[in-house]
Design a protein around this ligand. Structure first.
Ligand code: FAD
Length: 394
C-alpha cells in the first residue's frame, strides 16, 4: 500500500454513539440552547439562593420533565436515551445542585409513580409532575440508616382504612420545596425484605415537618432537608405499589437513578476537562503554554481515556437496560466508575489550574466539591463494590 493511501487518524471524528438517533441529537440541541440561555446565566446567583421553582415550571412547559413518559400522561413518549441526553446537557448549566434537583424529580421520585402507581395516582401526581406543577422528592435515607436501607425505622401502621406514619428522613434533595414525597417505610418489622411499603405523601399533610435546611460541602444550588413524620395519616390509596414489596420497588428505582448518575458524572467530567484543556493552552509558564509540558499532556491523556471508558460503559449499559435487560452488575460498575473518574478528573483539572483552580472565580473548585457527592449518593462506592462482588456469588 502506498504511503499516501494509509489512513490518517481523524482526531476530530465525532460520529455519535449508536444508541443515539437524529431525534436525540435534535433534542440535545434544543436542551443545550435552553440550558445556555435560561439556566447558565443564573448559576452563580443560585449557588447562594438555591435554584428557584420556576425552573420546574419552565422545564415542564418545554416537555423536558417527561421525555420518556407516555403521551397519555403528558410525556413526550421518547425512549430511555432521552433521559441520558437531558442528564448530559443540563450539566452545561454549570450548576450541579440544579442538575441534581431536576434528576431527583425526573429519574428518581417520579419513575416509581409511573411504574407502580395506580391510574388515580398517576393522574394526581405524575401528570402535574410532568407539567412542572408539582415537585417531588424521594425519601429513603434516615439519620440511622443510609447504605443499609433495610435498617430504616420509619413505620407505617394500618389503622382502619388509613395508615399512620412516624419517623424521619434526612439528606432529602428537594425536601424543602417538594409537593409530595415517595416515602420508604417499614410496615412489618418481622417480615424481613417483605416488610417494606412505599407511600406517596403530600408534603403539606398534617404531621410532615420540614426541619432545618442542611448545609453541605457542595451542590449549594439544591436544597437538602431533614424531615420528620409525626402521626401522619394517609389513606390506603397512598400506598404506592404493593404492600410489603417496597424494598424491591426501591431497589428497582435505584438502578435508574444510578445509571442517570453515571451519565451525569461522565458529562461533568467531560465539561471540566474541556474547560481545563482551553486553560492549559492559554496559561504560560517557563516561556510556553503549560499544555506543552509532557507531564500535563499525559494528565490530559489519562483523563480522556477514563472519560471515554466511562462513557462507553454507561452507554452500553443503558442500551441493555433500554432493551429490557436488568443489568444490575453493569449499572453498579457504571455508577462506581463514572463517580470515581469524575472526582479524579475534577482533581487533576484543579491541579492543572494551579492557584486559579483554588479560586472561586474559575468555577473549578465548585465542580470539585459538587462531584464528590457522586461517590456517596445513590449508593456509595463501597456499596457498589459489594453489589458487584456479590454478583459473582462471593
Ligand atoms: C447532598 C446529598 C443528597 C442526598 N439526597 C438524597 C435523597 O434525595 N433521598 C435519599 O433518600 N437520600 C439522599 N441522600 C443520602 C445518600 O443516598 C446516603 O448518604 C448514602 O446512601 C450513604 O448513606 P449514609 O450517609 O447513611 O452513610 P452510611 O451508610 O452510614 O455509610 C458510612 C460509610 O460506611 C460505608 N459502609 C456502609 N455499609 C457498608 C458495607 N456493607 N460495606 C462496606 N462499607 C460500608 C459507606 O460506604 C460509607 O463509606 C443524599 C445524600 C447527600 C449527601
Amino acid at each position: 500500500m502506498a504511503a499516501t493511501d494509509v489512513l490518517k487518524p481523524d482526531h476530530a471524528a465525532n460520529r455519535r454513539h449508536f444508541i443515539f438517533t437524529d431525534e436525540h441529537e435534535q433534542l440535545r440541541e434544543s436542551i443545550r440552547s435552553f440550558v445556555l440561555k435560561e439556566l447558565r446565566p443564573h448559576a452563580e446567583e443560585w449557588e447562594e439562593s438555591t435554584f428557584p421553582d420556576w425552573v420546574f415550571q419552565r422545564m415542564g412547559e418545554l416537555g423536558l420533565l417527561g421525555l420518556s413518559y407516555p403521551e397519555q400522561y403528558g410525556g413526550q413518549g421518547g425512549d430511555y436515551y432521552c433521559n441520558l441526553v437531558l442528564a448530559e446537557e443540563i450539566v452545561d448549566s454549570n450548576c450541579g445542585g440544579l442538575c441534581m434537583g431536576v434528576a431527583v424529580h425526573t429519574d428518581m421520585a417520579t419513575p416509581p409513580v409511573h411504574i407502580f402507581g395506580t391510574e388515580e395516582q398517576k393522574q394526581a401526581y405524575l401528570v402535574p409532575s410532568i407539567r412542572g406543577e408539582k415537585i417531588s422528592c424521594l425519601g429513603i435515607t434516615e439519620p440511622d440508616a443510609g447504605s443499609d436501607v433495610s435498617g430504616i425505622k420509619t413505620r407505617a401502621v394500618r389503622d382502619g382504612d388509613e395508615w399512620v406514619i412516624n419517623g424521619s428522613k434526612t439528606y432529602i434533595t428537594n425536601g424543602h420545596r417538594a409537593d409530595f414525597i415517595v416515602l420508604v417505610t417499614k410496615t412489618d418489622a418481622d417480615a424481613g425484605y417483605d416488610g417494606f411499603t412505599l407511600f406517596i405523601v403530600d408534603m403539606d399533610a398534617p404531621g410532615v415537618i420540614r426541619e432545618e435546611k442542611l448545609q453541605k460541602l457542595g451542590m449549594h444550588a439544591s436544597d437538602t432537608a431533614l424531615l420528620a413524620f409525626q402521626d401522619v395519616r394517609v389513606p390506603d390509596s397512598a400506598v404506592l405499589g404493593e404492600v410489603g414489596k417496597g424494598f424491591y420497588h426501591i431497589m428497582w428505582e435505584l438502578q435508574g437513578e444510578r445509571l442517570i448518575g453515571a451519565a451525569g458524572a461522565t458529562a461533568s467530567a467531560q465539561a471540566v476537562f474541556d474547560k481545563t484543556l482551553q486553560y492549559a493552552t492559554e496559561r504560560q509558564a517557563f516561556g510556553r503554554p503549560i499544555s506543552k509540558f509532557q507531564v500535563i499532556r499525559h494528565k490530559f491523556a489519562e483523563m480522556a481515556t477514563k472519560i471515554e471508558s466511562s462513557r462507553q460503559l454507561t452507554y452500553t449499559t443503558a442500551w441493555r437496560f433500554a432493551n429490557g435487560e436488568y443489568p444490575v452488575r453493569e449499572i453498579s460498575m457504571a455508577k462506581l466508575y463514572a463517580s470515581r473518574i469524575a472526582c479524579e478528573v475534577a482533581d487533576e483539572c484543579l491541579q492543572i489550574h494551579g492557584g486559579a483552580g483554588y479560586m472561586k472565580e474559575y468555577g473549578i473548585e465548585r465542580v470539585w466539591r459538587d462531584l464528590r457527592l457522586n461517590r456517596i449518593g445513590a449508593g456509595t462506592d463501597e456499596i457498589m463494590l459489594d453489589v458487584i462482588g456479590r454478583s459473582y456469588g462471593l
